[in-house]
Design a binder for this molecule. Structure first.
Ligand code: IMP
Length: 176
């Protein structure tokens, strides 16, 4: 198991970032109904914090599990829906909640899938954005924190299923 090296984002920085996104979402969808779709497993902590900070919006939650093929620290371009949404999408305002956008392949695949099902709108929110690594074009409507390259864990993010429970976001030691 790769060792953790140092904290990249503290609890306070994460909390502020989540608060900022929640404020914008509350403004944008004020008085309406929003289907929030969490991409499991990585987004589960971020999503649970986010939805408790959104006010004045009726929220419904649903979850998907997407698998992108690759090694434990990279994705390759092939995406599979392992668990699909439980409820209907047609005519709804949807906000997809993702832990981190890296190449963008996973979210582009999923957004295109959702758009084919006739929603009223689809927006994307990600806690972390490794923008410099983007390989496909995808608009991320709400971004929490920008970061450079490097593999991070904690606050829901894992490395081979480890470290999801860390309250901060950590950088791992490089593989030797
Ligand atoms: P993308 O399709 O390349 O944008 O990859 C997105 C997915 O890769 C995320 O949902 C994560 O599951 C995973 N991922 C990318 N970078 C990291 C990282 O630094 N730590 C943990 N998971 C990551």
């Amino acid at each position: 198991m790769l060792k953790k090296k140092e904290i990249l984002f503290s609890k306070e920085e994460i909390d502020n970032a989540v608060e900022n996104i929640a404020r914008k979402v509350s403004e944008e969808y004020s008085g309406g109904e929003l289907l929030i779709v969490g991409v499991l497993k990585g987004a589960f902590i971020f999503m649970s914090d986010l939805i408790r900070k959104v006010h004045g919006v009726d929220i419904i939650v649903d979850f998907v599990i997407l698998r992108s093929y690759g090694s434990s620290t990279t994705s390759s371009g092939e995406v599979e829906v392992v668990k699909d949404l439980h409820g209907p999408v047609e005519g709804r305002d949807i906000l997809v909640v993702e832990d981190i956008v890296d190449t963008g392949v996973t979210l582009k695949f999923f957004k295109d899938q959702l758009l084919r099902r006739g929603p009223k709108s689809v927006k994307i929110c990600a806690l972390l954005d490794k923008r410099a690594r983007r390989e496909v074009e995808i608009d991320v409507d709400y971004v929490g924190l920008l970061m450079d390259d490097g593999f991070v864990v904690g606050y829901g993010l894992d490395c081979d299923e480890n470290y999801r429970n860390l309250p901060e976001i950590w950088v791992l030691e490089e593989e030797e």
